[in-house]
Structures are given as C-alpha cells and as structure tokens.
Design a protein around this ligand. Structure first.
Ligand code: F6P
Length: 378
C-alpha cells in the first residue's frame, strides 16, 4: 500500500509540468496518498528540500500555468556532483547515497521524475539502488525514446508556428529571406512540424545535414515564380554537409550536458544573403518556446501522463517510464529508455551517449514535407 510519494521536475522546463503535478496530486488524494514535491529537481533531493503538495492550497489552479511550481534544475547530476574546493580546485563526487538516505528517511514509496532523457538516466541509476522511480517524459524537444509525444512539445510547435506566420507577412512585404532558429537539440521535431504547420519553404533538421546550394536553388525557383521572399526554419542542431554544429557555449562540467547550441540561424542568413543577393535576417525564437501556458493538447496529455503515473505506482509497477504510443498510455522499463547509455553516473542527457528519439527518414512527416514542396536541404 502506497502512503507517501514525491514528485521532482528536472531539466529545462516545459509547458504542462504543472498539469502533470496537478494530476498526480489529485489522483493521489483521491486514493488517500500524500504527495510531496522536491524543490528544484535532483538538487532538492540532494538537499532534502521538499514541501507537501495539496490540491486545495499550493497545488491549486495549476492546469494552465507555465513553468513548474516546485522549480527545476538542469545543472545537477548527483551521481557526479561538482564540488568547488576552497583552493579553487574542482572535484566530482557521487552523492547519490545521500539522496537514497533522504528518500528512505522521509518514507517515500515512489518518486515521480518529470524530465527528459538526462533526468530519466538518473531515474534509472536510482532504480539500480533499490528506489522506486516512475519517469514522465517531459521536453519540448520530443526526443525521449519509446514515446511518441512528450508533453510541452505541442505548445512549442504552436509557438514556433505563430512565429512563422508573423515572419511571413514581414518577409513578403520586404522581399526578404527570413530564417527562424528553433530549439530541439539533436532532434528536428520542432523545426519539421512547425515548418509544415506554418508553410515554410525550407526546414533544416539535425537528421539531414544540409547542402546550402539546394536551399539557394529552392529560393531561386520561388523567385522565378514571382515569390520574392522565403521562410527558412532551422533547428538549432542543423549543420551543413561539409561543416560542424554551431555551438554557442561549451561548459566545462563533467557529468552534464556541456554543449549549448545556437548560431546556425545567423550563419544561414549570412550565407544565403551572400549566395542569393537577397536581404536575409535571422530570428532566434529561444525560450518563448518553453514558457507560458500549455496548449489544450498538452493539458490533456499532461493530465493523462500524471494519472497513468499514479495508477502504475498504485499497481506496484516501478522503474518505468510512462509512455504515449499510438494514442494509448503505456509504460516501458527505464533500462530500455537509457538504451546503451548504461554506465551509472555517466554524462546525463542530450549527448552523443544518450538514447534520444530522432526523426527517422521513413517518418511520415519527412514524406509529407517533401510532397508539399518543403526543401529539407538535401
Ligand atoms: O531540452 C530543452 C531545451 O530547451 C533545448 O531545446 C535547448 O537546446 C536547451 O533546452 C536549452 O537549455 P538551457 O535551458 O540550459 O539553455
């Protein structure tokens, strides 16, 4: 019998986090179970910092609220925790046993970890230490393995689509090439779906390294038809066939995702202006994709994820990720989610080692994009 459970939200925030929290709390209360929330993800677990969640007070009015009421952190890997010594030296320690002690002392029967691939990697590592974890796949990038749609993704695509709509009118008025750089890390879901939804002319995704000449051909063929403007949507992780990823910053932190992507949009605008002679500008959409109120789809999906997570816990099914596949809620073991990234405490998420879900070349979206004339840079 479950008595006490806790939630943590970890990694970059995503619309729908609060809706999942609400669904877990309500389902728990309905079944006489207490819910707590660790503050700022795994950091709160390490610091033993948690609060009681109550649907009549602090966990009320959450469905439409962006962000997360219990905070998040994307700079904590408790299995390889960075410690700054007084002499300025840095050392890394495995502090996961502290977290295990905190969970056991508080008597939590299960921890719900709302996060992307990095968070779920730590969930799996904790499950090997005998702690009951249930993962819920959160990320605007939609790149968590074994699930069709993560919560937050639909809202991010809607925001990007609105941006494309707005860029269309100004591009057309000025006869310009307008580039939109969207998020997504090493997966092109946001770029591809928003390009289809917004009617962009070019969509560049990490899964297809682009040939700049193909983009120029597309833009020139539009000009020949009297269309003196073009919209290019690029994923932040897109790269040229003969070049590298454009990286904004490299953090020097073992055990964490070290690379901040960004800058490919500027490069494209610069290269396209040179090669076409058309004025080209770049817009970086940035964090507006992650902030604010979730779409109706994400509110429903988040609620389904939260209810399913609590149901699994009540049925004693632990160390799994809740999944959404073919319209059905289900689950898969955390071991399968991490794939070959098995080493405990190894670099957390969003890296070469991660088992992320990228767009496959036989995905229907690729075919659809090509059929409606979107140039994918190849
Ligand atoms: O994973 C979500 C995401 O928003 C990515 O799309 C983006 O590359 C990254 O997080 C940005 O991370 P940070 O919040 O560390 O700047």
């Amino acid at each position: 019998m479950l008595k006490k459970v806790a939630i943590l939200t970890n990694g970059g925030d995503a619309p729908g986090l609060n809706a999942v929290i609400r669904a877990i709390v309500k389902t728990a209360e309905h079944n006489g179970i207490e819910t707590y929330g660790f503050i700022e993800g795994y950091k709160g677990l390490l610091q033993n910092n948690y609060i009681k969640l109550d649907s009549n007070s602090n966990a009320s009015g959450l469905l439409h609220k962006g962000g997360t009421i219990i905070g998040t952190s994307n700079s904590t890997n408790v299995f390889k925790y960075k410690i700054q010594k007084e002499n300025g030296e840095v050392e890394y320690k495995d502090l996961s046993d502290e977290c295990v002690k905190n969970i056991r002392n508080a008597g939590f029967d299960c921890i719900f970890a709302l996060g992307g691939d990095g968070t779920q990697k730590s969930s799996r590592d904790f499950s090997l230490k005998g702690i009951n974890f249930i993962g819920v796949p959160k990320t605007i990038d939609n790149d968590v393995a074994h699930t069709d749609t993560t919560f937050g993704y639909n809202t991010a695509v809607s925001v990007a689509t609105e941006a494309i709509d707005r860029l269309h009118t100004t591009a057309e008025s000025h006869h310009r090439i307008l580039v939109l750089e969207v998020m997504g890390r090493y997966a092109g879901w946001i770029a591809l779906e928003s390009a289809i939804a917004g009617g962009a002319d070019v969509a560049l995704i990490p899964e297809i390294p682009y040939d700049i000449n193909k983009i120029v051909e597309k833009i020139n063929s539009r000009r020949e038809k009297g269309k003196n403007f073009s919209i290019v949507v690029t994923s932040e992780g897109a790269k040229p066939i003969d070049g590298e990823l454009v990286v904004k910053q490299v953090l020097n932190d073992a055990g964490l995702d070290n690379i901040k992507l960004g800058g490919i949009g500027d490069k494209l605008a610069h290269d396209l202006e040179k090669l076409t002679g058309m004025v080209s500008r770049n817009t970086v959409l940035g964090y507006v994709q992650r902030g604010g109120t979730p779409s109706a789809f994400d509110r429903v999906l988040s609620t389904r994820y939260g209810v399913k997570a609590m149901e699994l816990a009540m049925n004693g099914i632990f160390n799994v990720l809740v999944t959404y596949k073919g319209g059905e809620m289900g689950y898969v073991s955390l071991e399968d989610v991490v794939g070959n990234n098995k080493v405990v405490g190894a670099v957390s998420g969003n890296t070469k080692e991660s088992n992320i879900r990228k767009i496959k070349m036989d995905d229907d979206l690729i075919k659809v994009a090509r059929h409606v004339g979107i140039c994918l840079g190849d």
